[in-house]
Design a protein. Sequence first.
Length: 199
Amino acid sequence: MAPTPERFAKILRVLQKRQPTLTVLMDEVNKPHNLSAIVRTCDAVGVLEAHAVPPSGGKLAEFEGHTYDATSGSAHKWVKVNKQTDALAAVRELQGRGFQVLATHLSQRSVDYREIDYTRPTCVLLGAEKWGVGDGAAQAADHNIIIPMFGMVQSLNVSVAAATILFEAQRQRLAAGMYAAPQLAPADLAALAFEWAYP
Ligand code: SAM
């Protein structure tokens, strides 16, 4: 069915603000409500595509829309999640495409997440709820970043950490005018508009 003119205008407005140079890599994030919440935040800040290494032993179907829960809203329809088999390989592949990879990981070289320039092509690497980001991927990352914590508990929920960092990226990109003009190439924007309008 053809979309209404209002619906099509909204699709165009959203695509005109999509940020193909901002992404996340979820390394074995295994709770569907966390995955859903992260994808919803991705949609809100304009992430075009996200990446995820499924949890060990997890079913591939978990990343094909079956286990997104109500926490996602309908965000999983608008943010493609690419399956990756290995976090370290995905980090290297993204770096090869010019992305800086920021591992959310406490280490000797960790910096406050606000010290980073998010106007550069950026991937935020998020870790599993139980054991965090793997050491290999954290070492290969361009930076290790942390959200400073002053409480009794050592870490935030992964979706809260993702939102905190992605909205800092949004703040910097807004200031740099990166939402004022389309970041997608015209042909890609047109192809996606067609895909979204006629799912
Ligand atoms: N025990 C795990 C560890 O040692 O890393 C805790 C993992 S934490 C519950 C899950 C994920 O949330 C982390 O891998 C990271 O991606 C993110 N996270 C939580 N707190 C954070 C913080 N203060 N700064 C940056 N990322 C954080």
